[in-house]
Design a protein around this ligand. Structure first.
Ligand code: 5AD
Ligand code: SF4
Length: 439
């Protein structure tokens, strides 16, 4: 029996695409392993959103040199966003001549063909398409995220935020066919998945490239939420410039939609937002938060922030810092700006010193940690929808997670694993939430 190992870097889109790669390899008779020594094929599904990710990936590929020498038949394949960057396939090949197959995001579907071809003649394959030739439909997906099924609703991005490399490596936005998405959701629900998470770089612009005014994100959410079955619906990522009141109302009205919104702000300074080409102001963003909380008072809201964008002054940073105190996010993902070749921001003056970026990111993360802790204390007495993940028989405790992924330890008798319950939080201690069944 032959084995595969996939190393996945980056976002949920990549995690899901690795499930497609796994499905393809399984259909060729491979089974999964978590040991490099045991693997006959190792795939690196890469990310290039920040330089840190790329450097880590280079180090991990380099570490395979010895193994490949000892096991010359081992196939090493590299795919994902990094291979779509101009010149990267050549760099990878020259640094690591032992790599066998390189392909890109637009031809993920062709992986099976490349494996068969490589096994037939053992000749190096490098095939990276500059753009998509078809939508990735009907791939055998091998889902690996427990009770969650990731489902793409669109690929690519049209926004060209000036720091971001995604539009260059993922191409223009392509929305999937409405009926195909619904079918995939139905299949996942019938297969017993409890969470459906819709994926797109900007889910709110779903359907803008389809010539039918009923094909909108709000209608898609509504239709999925009305499917039969016991499940919760989630989605990511929302862009503040496109998140509309009708979408928020659908989330509020539909019991099967999780009350969870990831809404990246990136910066709290209007000057920086403009320079980032985000197309909203701090005031517009804050009014969106008010609108969300008007319809969904207990909505879990998280965000992404970039610190140290070119030209960011102490005052600009203060504006961002103040926003996290004002919004009191449930989760903050803060990153130091990383210069990406080919993007507009990489050519801007006033690039910020790494030490300043580090100081700012640490300050932001420390504050958001403090807020998260306060929010956990405020959770006592509140009711949450949870799913039961496992049972700790020794202590007779159930490990549960809320729709937003927060852990709650529940003391109860005879709960069903992988089922939903309503739980009231009774205590927050030692950084853990405890609860009991009840509304
Ligand atoms: N540098 C730092 N962070 C970035 N992101 C995207 N591009 C960059 C970059 N060049 C962050 C954004 C985005 C998240 C997925 O990654 O905050 O929302
Ligand atoms: Fe990148 Fe902006 Fe598109 Fe998000 S919306 S993928 S940050 S260009």
């Amino acid at each position: 029996m032959e084995h595969y190992l996939i190393k996945t870097y980056g976002c949920q889109m990549n995690i899901h695409e690795s499930e497609k790669l796994a499905g393809m390899m399984q259909s060729l008779g491979y089974t999964e392993t978590d040991s490099e020594d045991n693997a006959d094929i190792i795939v690196f599904n890469t990310c290039c959103v920040r330089d840190g990710a790329e450097q880590k990936i280079y180090a991990h590929i380099g570490a395979l040199k010895k193994l490949k020498k000892a096991k010359p038949d081992l196939i090493i394949a590299i795919c994902g966003c990094m291979t779509q960057v101009n010149g990267r396939p050549e760099t990878i090949k020259s640094k690591f001549p032992f790599v066998n197959i390189i392909f890109g995001t637009h031809n993920l579907n062709e992986f099976k063909k490349y494996i068969i071809q490589f096994k037939a003649n053992r000749k190096y394959i490098c095939d990276v398409w500059p753009e998509a030739r078809y939508l990735d439909e009907h791939i055998d997906t091998y889902r690996t995220s427990n009770n969650n099924a990731w489902i793409n609703i669109s690929y690519g991005c049209n926004n060209f935020c000036t720091y971001c490399i995604v539009p260059y490596v993922r191409g223009r936005e392509r929305s999937r066919n409405f009926a195909d998405i619904i079918e995939e959701c139905k299949d996942a629900i019938n297969d017993g998945y409890k969470y459906i998470t819709l994926l797109g770089q900007n889910v709110n612009s779903y359907g803008n490239d389809i010539d039918d005014k009923n094909v909108t994100f709000a209608n898609l959410l509504k239709e999925i939420a009305h499917l039969e079955g016991d499940f919760r619906l989630k989605f990511m990522t929302s862009h503040p410039k496109d998140l509309t009141e009708d979408v928020v109302r659908v989330i509020a009205d539909e019991p099967k939609i999780a009350k969870v919104i990831h809404l990246p702000i990136q910066s709290g300074s209007n000057k920086i937002l403009k320079s980032m080409n985000r197309n909203y102001t701090r005031e517009k963003y804050l009014s969106l938060i008010d609108m969300i909380r008007k319809y969904i008072p207990d909505c879990y809201i998280s965000t992404d922030i970039i610190v140290g964008f070119p030209g960011e002054t102490e005052q600009d940073f203060e504006d961002t810092y103040n926003i996290i105190n004002q919004v009191r996010y449930d989760g903050v993902f803060a990153f130091m700006y990383s210069k990406r070749d080919g993007t507009l921001a990489s050519k801007m003056d006033n690039q910020i010193d790494i030490a300043v970026k580090r100081e700012r990111v640490n300050k932001l993360l420390a504050q958001s940690k403090k807020i998260t802790k306060e929010k956990n204390m405020e959770a006592v007495g509140k009711s949450y929808n949870v799913i039961v993940n496992s049972f700790d028989a020794i202590n007779r405790l159930y490990n549960c997670t809320t729709d937003s992924g927060k852990s709650i330890v529940v003391m109860a008798d005879n709960l069903d694993i992988n089922s939903f319950y309503k739980v009231v939080v009774t205590e927050f201690s030692k950084n853990k939430l405890f609860g009991k069944i009840g509304e």
